[in-house]
Design a binder for this molecule. Sequence first.
Ligand code: ADP
Length: 289
Amino acid sequence: MTSFDVVVVGSANLDLVATLDHLPTPGETLIALDYAEHAGGKGLNQAVACARMGARTAFVGCVGCDDAGTFLREVLEREGIDTSLLRSVDSPTGRAFINVDQRGENEIVVVSGANALVTPVELPKAAVVLLQLEIPLSTVVATLQAARARGVTTVLNPAPAQTLTAELLSLVDVAVPNENEARLLGGTEHLLSLGVRDVVTTLGERGAEVANASGVAAVAPHAVKAIDTVGAGDAFTGAMCAMLASGSSVQQASRVGAVAGALATTVHGAVPSLPKRQAVESAMGGALK
Ligand code: ADP
């Protein structure tokens, strides 16, 4: 069986983005000023982030038997991501309907579609398994259990924010919440007490923080001129997993994640903003091991 650095088990969506003068009020019909479609979903974004850092990456998920599903499969394959465990199912490809107004305010409706049909698979050999929360929680738990049983490092980006059971959290080696998600999960101390080995909390322009049994260590932000923070968390998490898979410590991997996250804020959109390894290396002033 092929072996991978990172296996991402997660969501893939088609993002449909309408730019509007203002967000519609109930019953209002608006003509959009602009419109674009992009590949999205936290799972797909983070898989692309891993692959651009040079990690051998596989994506496990579901798309529909429709044009959007074909498009998302092609996006993943163009990035060199293995899609042999990406199933085409009898449900529409997941979609996110995103309205953005002239001030940058947005409203988002997610239709899970095929993502709701992601079931546990026999995991290929891998150093790291990375999950988020846009697929059924039962699949997240079963995947974490299977990865644990094989000694694969488990990483959870607990997004979108929600409360989770102690059973699920106790199966996570490295949790990567943002501040809001960390609060909803009961805080860093609580997560460590449940058995999470490392809690890496991302703090936006303030960088990140790594907490474990040895204490709490800050990860300094990488200074950039941010223009769009969409994709920053995905870039951080993907780059961190790529580095963990190649043997870096969580602290070192988080430092690289912080640079990748910062670079992602300098480009509009999610997938277009996810940096390649070379860009991260030149921002860090030298080759990564
Ligand atoms: P999320 O988008 O998931 O809420 P964050 O906003 O915490 O995640 O961003 C993820 C990471 O990206 C941060 O930990 C940080 O390293 C980097 N980052 C985000 N915004 C900035 C910024 N304005 N300047 C520098 N780095 C940033």
